[in-house]
Design a protein around this ligand. Structure first.
Ligand code: UD1
Ligand code: CA
Length: 467
């Protein structure tokens, strides 16, 4: 298949200088995110099937940085595990007390001391930042600025730091709490993403004090220190959506909407038909091949690959599954992790498949559960077939040979094998292996009582007359 990875990030196109200038990204993820009202730290909440912080790490990777340092809170093994999964090379640094954003960056002093040409500071709760934007900030540093800040025109600037601009120079960032009325009228705000010239970064950060309304070490103060040292600071403007920081569940849903819109667009631009795009939910890693058709109301959890020309009918839910070329799935199908649907196979309505491989041309039309199973090419699975894969303690596999015909409403009690070309009679409970080309019947024989129904009706009609 063509590699149509539906990524919200364009493939990294190296900008001039990328390979000569070394970049360090420092990602601040020490916040608990109290406004989420959650037992889980904020940066582990998910958008598009992946933790918020991992989106930031992914953007940083796509921007082509050389080193990543992540600042986390004390005793946060869960955040550490997530960072290790997404960015195994990242160094982790613990900020023991939350004394402000500059203090948080300095928790990664070791990484800063290792030296870099560009230091990019990002917040771990800002998942929508694009690699292109990170590259733009780096270009500003390469062009001579000591500090480059990403800003946006806020619809409502309340709470944000304001960018104070004179000419085309950034002279200071004023935190909302410290701002005068006149400064509060400014709508150009600090989005929180900043690049620093590595040669000056440590000195600028060390100069920051906590003399302000919050009593915190503000990262934003580096702008003034740069100016005092005769260095240039500059602001770049990007879309507000890209700088959305997630502080509560409302913003979490807003971020989800933005990422979904990006993923849908990327899929459509890669040759996928989304009949009603706004009803299809994708994951960060969903891979959809060319000429795939996705009908309305389909959810793709993480780890799904759908190859060229396959069709996913309405109201299906897929996660951790592969659908090969020309296969079709749904409507109302559920593919769970480990489901591998072969070429031109057909998985119909109300069918659930888990940890099972269906070879090419297999037909599972209706109302079936196949779990922990291997199904050979061209086998036909009748309506209502169930693999009884679980004995209350362990899972067992079911093997169905090529060309087998499983009669409707068969229960396959695993572990069990049905040979190639074999049949099972409808309604059978299959507990023993079935040789190839045999017929297995595991059900009680039918009894017919002539005229029984007529006698029954007569008897009851008489009852009714008496009462
Ligand atoms: C910050 C900026 C503000 C900007 C806004 C954009 C500062 C001083 N202010 O304000 O100009 O408009 O973001 O959203 O930088 N963090 C730590 N350790 C700390 C403090 C913060 O790791 O000691 C992390 C937080 O988890 C968060 C990020 O840094 O991810 C930003 O901190 P927060 O306190 O939310 O800053 P704001 O007041 O929003
Ligand atoms: Ca914030």
């Amino acid at each position: 298949m063509s590699d149509n990875r539906v990524s919200s990030h364009a493939p990294s196109a190296a900008t001039a200088g990328d390979d000569v200038r070394r970049a360090l990204a420092v990602v601040l993820a020490a916040g608990e995110g109290t406004r989420m009202l959650s037992r889980m730290p904020k940066v582990l909440h998910q958008v598009a099937g992946r933790a918020i912080v991992s989106h930031v790490l992914d953007a940083v990777t796509h921007a082509g940085v050389d080193a990543v340092a992540v600042v986390i809170g004390p005793d946060r093994e869960d955040v550490e595990a997530e960072v290790r999964r997404t960015s195994p090379q990242a160094s982790l640094h613990v900020q023991r007390e939350r004394l402000g954003t500059a203090h948080a960056v300095l928790a990664a002093r070791e990484a800063l001391e290792a030296g870099a040409d560009d230091v990019i500071v990002l917040f771990g709760d800002t998942p929508l930042v694009r690699p292109e934007t990170i590259r733009r900030l780096r270009e500003a540093i390469a062009a001579g600025a000591a500090v480059a800040v990403l800003g946006f025109e806020a619809r409502d600037p309340t709470g944000y730091g304001r960018l104070l601009i004179e000419g085309d120079e950034l002279v200071a960032i004023r935190e909302h709490k410290d701002a005068t009325e006149a400064e509060r009228a400014i709508r150009l705000c600090n989005g929180g993403i900043m690049a620093l010239d590595g040669a000056h970064a440590l000195a600028l950060l060390d100069a920051v004090d906590n003399n302000n309304a919050k009593g915190e070490y503000y990262l934003t103060e580096v702008v003034e220190h740069a100016r005092k040292a005769g260095l240039a600071a500059t602001a770049l403007v990007a879309d507000e959506a890209e700088q959305l920081g997630i502080n509560d569940r409302v913003q979490l849903a807003e971020a989800e909407a933005v990422i979904q819109a990006r993923l849908r667009l990327a899929a459509q631009r890669a040759g996928v038909t989304l009949v009603a795009p706004e009803t299809v939910f994708l994951s960060f890693d969903t891979v959809l091949g060319r000429d795939v058709v996705v009908e309305p109301n389909v959810v793709f959890g993480p780890g799904v690959v759908v190859e060229d020309g396959a069709v996913v009918h309405a109201f299906s839910h897929l996660a951790g599954a592969t659908v090969a070329r020309g296969a079709d799935v749904g409507p109302f199908a559920r593919l769970r992790p480990g489901a591998q649907i072969g070429e031109r196979a057909h998985v119909g309505n109300f069918v659930e498949i888990k940890n099972a491989t269906l070879a090419q041309g297999v037909k599972v039309g209706h109302l079936t559960y196949l779990g922990d199973a291997d199904v050979g090419a061209g086998a036909n699975i009748g309506a209502g077939t169930i693999t009884c894969n679980y004995d209350g303690f362990r899972k067992h596999r079911t093997h169905i040979g090529a060309g087998a015909f499983i009669g409707s409403n068969t229960s396959l009690v695993a572990p069990v094998r049905v040979g190639a070309g074999a049949y099972t009679g409808s309604g059978s409970v299959v507990t023993n292996d079935v040789p190839g080309d045999a017929l297995a019947l595991g059900r009680s024989r039918q009894v017919v009582k002539d005229d029984w129904a007529m006698r029954w009706r007569k008897a009851h009609a008489a009852d009714k007359g008496q009462s």
